[in-house]
Ligand binder design. Structure first.
Ligand code: MGD
Ligand code: MGD
Ligand code: SF4
Length: 751
């Protein structure tokens, strides 16, 4: 690479010329002219879903460059630009392995047949003795769409078990429930194109600069284009994202609900609401009960800017200011991520964000939209859309709806009554089920729960006794310690499949090279496993992943997720297409729920917008009161601990940890402590500091910095030696069941 990491990081900061940020992609292109051919793909990492071209020479991947025809217009961040060394890392898993003599035995390399038979025999035994409720699949928003689709079909249709969940539960579940409760169906209304048209960015609970760097570059570019474009960042930490903010709102962590209601209060009081819009397109609801606008207005009296200040610490004038900016801008886009979703009341927070858009009519036009940022590259396409969660079925259907089950049974050609009528176990319940021995065998695919679940000391206990089959690519994954069988999966660009990113865009990752060692594509592993457990081969008749896509594409035509026009051939030609897309001639959809834009809205519909996911076509403005986080700081544990990402590492660093440049940037975890707190606690930079919560305690080197407000400490969670999730509780949002990773109470003291 011809640029240094330092130069790159500088490029992501505010005010630095954007051409510096463009460095990585350009550098990659210049360096890699040796490739014989370029194969189309999507970046392996974040939900931005940047298009990538993989350069191949002599059967080896030798280079990557950003796809100029995809939304990223040729740009990649450093992680994406450094994917080649990850493929060839010495840590790759190359052969199947089993523990013949139980958990205490060591993993031994065996043939594929032996590994598959070993796993299948145990699953069959559990099924015979304990029934479908005792087996489970735990998947991933990083798996290919075809993998999640086929796993869901095998479990729910073939093995009659709805115990299908995955890491999107830890990530996007609150956003999913936010969209479905407010608009009737999941997935964002807008697209990245809205960034180029927006004049006010409301970024809340998202460190876009580190977690979605290429999108951040697009936001920064839009901001640079005109002094009229304003950025509001709402985050209790000062982050690289907040550096471009016109207003950075810091506040007591976990009090966003009050702030969002406060903004709604100001909007109505200052007559900045759009009564024509919400009068026509919205209902007001408290839980399941309809209420009037006047009742809503009365409810908001508890959220005057002064009352909000008392709860959040945000000066009353600031709440007024940002509410006005939000409402008065020609186009406001909200962008949010884990600071909103990973919360005890994450669904409510999502609803309150949508409320602001519906109240002001900042919706359904270019630049005006609530756009939830998706974390993983295929949480949208692969898990949410195919319904690979415990309560879902494909295409926005839900398990506990008789008509939806019947439709899926017909589409999958299953006898009536095959799909179990009760939702399966969501993630926390799944791992609790292993502890109670109700779940006895689990198939884990493309995720590393022994590192990333909350309350690890508790939730990994079940993995010590349950039978664990796992697909992996890297030897350093913590979950391998619990595995009875390890299936080496082909890695990114060693297999073919579709990823669907934040903006409903499906793009193809073509196979560029052969799998390493004896690794096999996961769809083959899943189908072989399914057949050996006893799934009727007619249910999974596919020759390859393209066949699976074709079936799913045709099934989608029977739902409002219709992407039947996105054929494999089109995906090979085009760099991503946004659904709904009902015909091969359709260009894809930018503005969902808008007549003449969204093909799911009848052309002759009398209204401009139609929220067709709701029985009466109207979205909902919810009355959701402020409630505190599950475990706020108190006298005994006086600090709030929050966790999150750093730009150079992906989650558990099994991939990014193999790249020296990335590892060197962040070799290990640390704790950020505010200088005021550090002074009181006599902590200096580099001192070893203990974080002690009600679950565990751990020691970290201190970084004394004003990124955290006083009373708040932050630590990243990528470090494989310091599993910070042992410190966290596992309390989850009661609606979405997403855990509150962002807030727990802790003591902080010098070691
Ligand atoms: P986080 O660091 O988890 O990242 O992307 P983000 O959500 O943007 O947290 C976001 C912010 O929430 C933090 O800045 C934190 O200070 C703030 N926050 C904490 N508490 C509160 C609160 O009470 N209110 C508000 N408003 N904010 C709060 C996550 C996304 O990143 C995800 S989900 C995934 S799966 C991907 N993972 C990932 C990665 O591992 N590494 C990198 N480099 N990028 C990634 N991109 C994706
Ligand atoms: P990853 O490191 O992404 O973390 O949690 P995980 O999904 O558990 O795990 C992916 C695994 O798949 C890795 O072990 C990798 O080596 C393996 N892998 C990579 N490519 C392939 C492949 O092609 N096939 C197969 N079979 N395996 C592959 C992420 C989760 O973490 C998420 S999404 C969120 S949003 C949560 N965020 C969060 C937080 O903000 N704070 C704290 N403290 N904890 C968190 N945990 C959650
Ligand atoms: Fe990959 Fe995300 Fe970086 Fe794009 S922004 S290159 S998708 S990690």
């Amino acid at each position: 690479m011809t640029f240094s990491r330092r130069e790159f990081l500088k490029g992501t900061a505010a005010g630095i010329a954007l051409s510096v940020l463009a460095g990585p992609a350009m550098a990659a292109q210049q360096n890699n002219s040796e490739a014989e051919k370029w194969v189309k793909g999507v970046c392996r990492y974040c939900g931005t879903g940047c298009g990538i071209l993989v350069g191949v020479k002599g059967g080896k991947a030798v280079a990557v460059k950003g796809d100029p025809n995809n939304h990223n217009q040729g740009l990649l961040c450093l992680k994406g630009a450094m994917l080649i060394p990850v493929i060839y890392a010495t840590d790759r898993l190359l052969k199947p392995m089993i523990r013949k003599g139980g958990k205490a035995d060591k993993l031994t390399e065996v043939s594929w047949d032996e590994a598959l038979d070993f796993a299948a025999a145990r699953f069959k035994k559990v099924l015979a003795e304990n029934g479908p409720g005792a087996i489970a699949y735990y998947g991933s928003g990083q798996a290919l769409t075809e993998e999640s689709y086929v796993a869901n079909k095998i479990w729910k249709g073939g093995l009659k078990s709805n115990n299908v969940d995955g890491n999107p539960r830890l990530c996007m579940a609150s956003a999913v429930a936010g969209y479905t409760t407010t608009f009737g169906k999941d997935e964002p209304l807008g697209t990245y194109g809205d960034i180029d048209a927006a004049s006010c960015f409301f970024i809340i609970g998202s460190n876009t600069s580190e977690a979605h760097p290429v999108l951040f570059q697009r936001i920064a570019k839009r901001k640079e284009s005109s002094s009229k474009v304003k950025v509001i960042v709402v985050d209790p930490r000062r982050t690289n994202t907040s550096r471009i903010a016109d207003v950075h709102v810091t506040f007591k962590p976990g009090t966003d609900l009050a702030l969002l209601n406060g903004m709604a209060h100001v909007i109505i009081k200052e007559e900045l609401d759009n009564a024509r819009f919400y009068g026509k397109y919205c209902n007001f609801m408290k839980g399941n009960d309809a209420v009037t606008f006047d009742e809503y207005k009365k409810f908001l009296e508890d959220y005057t800017p002064e009352k909000v200040e008392a709860i959040t610490g945000v000066p009353a004038a600031t709440t007024v200011k940002i509410a006005k900016m939000f409402a008065e801008s020609p186009g406001t886009i909200s962008l949010w991520c884990m600071g909103i979703n990973q919360r005890f009341k994450g669904v409510w927070a999502n609803n309150l964000l949508h409320n602001l858009h519906l109240l002001t009519g900042q919706i359904g036009r270019p630049g005006a939209t609530p756009l939830s940022l998706t974390g993983q590259p295929n949480a949208c396409g692969g898990v949410r859309d195919v319904g690979a969660l415990a309560h879902l079925l494909p295409g926005g259907r839900v398990v506990e709806n008789d008509a939806h089950r019947k439709e899926m049974e017909e589409l999958w050609q299953l006898p009536p009554g095959t799909i179990a009528p009760k939702m399966g176990r969501h993630t926390i319940a799944l791992y609790e089920g292993m502890i109670s021995r109700d779940v006895k065998a689990v198939f884990i695919h493309c995720t590393n729960p022994a590192h990333t679940l909350p309350n690890l000391n508790k939730l990994t206990k079940g993995l010590e006794t349950a039978f664990v089959a796992i697909t992996e690519c890297f030897k350093t994954a913590e979950t391998l310690k619990y595995a009875d069988v390890v299936f080496p999966d082909a890695f990114w660009c060693e297999k073919e499949g579709v990823y669907g990113c934040t903006e409903r865009r499906y793009s193809l990752i073509e196979q560029a090279i052969k799998p390493s060692g004896e690794a096999r594509p996961a769809v083959d592993i899943l189908m072989e496993f399914g057949k050996r457990v006893g799934v009727d081969p007619k249910l999974i008749p596919y020759k390859n992943s393209a066949d699976i896509w074709d079936e799913w594409r045709q099934i989608s035509a029977k739902s409002v997720y219709n992407f039947s026009g996105i054929t494999r051939a089109r995906l090979k030609k085009e760099s991503g297409i946004k659904w709904p897309c009902p015909t091969e001639q359709h260009p894809g959809t930018n503005l969902r729920y808008v007549r003449d834009e969204d093909p799911m809205v009848p052309k002759d519909h009398p209204d401009k917008m139609f929220f067709y996911g709701k029985p009466d076509g109207k979205a909902v403005i919810f009355l959701r009161p402020y409630e505190p986080p599950f475990e706020p700081a108190d006298a005994e544990y006086p600090f709030v601990l929050t966790t999150g990402r750093v730009i150079d590492h992906w989650h558990t660093a099994t991939m990014t940890g193999t790249v020296p440049e990335l590892k060197k940037a962040y070799p290990g975890a640390y704790v950020e402590v505010n200088p005021e707190d550090a002074k009181k606690l006599h902590i200096a930079n580099g001192d070893m500091v203990v974080l002690e919560t009600r679950r565990d305690k751990m020691t970290f080197p201190a970084r004394v910095t004003d990124t955290c407000m006083p009373g708040l400490v932050f630590t990243p969670f990528f470090d494989q030696k310091l599993l910070v999730n042992k410190l966290f509780h596992d309390a989850a949002d009661p609606i979405s069941k997403e855990p509150e990773y962002k807030i727990c109470a802790t003591k902080v003291y010098k070691a």
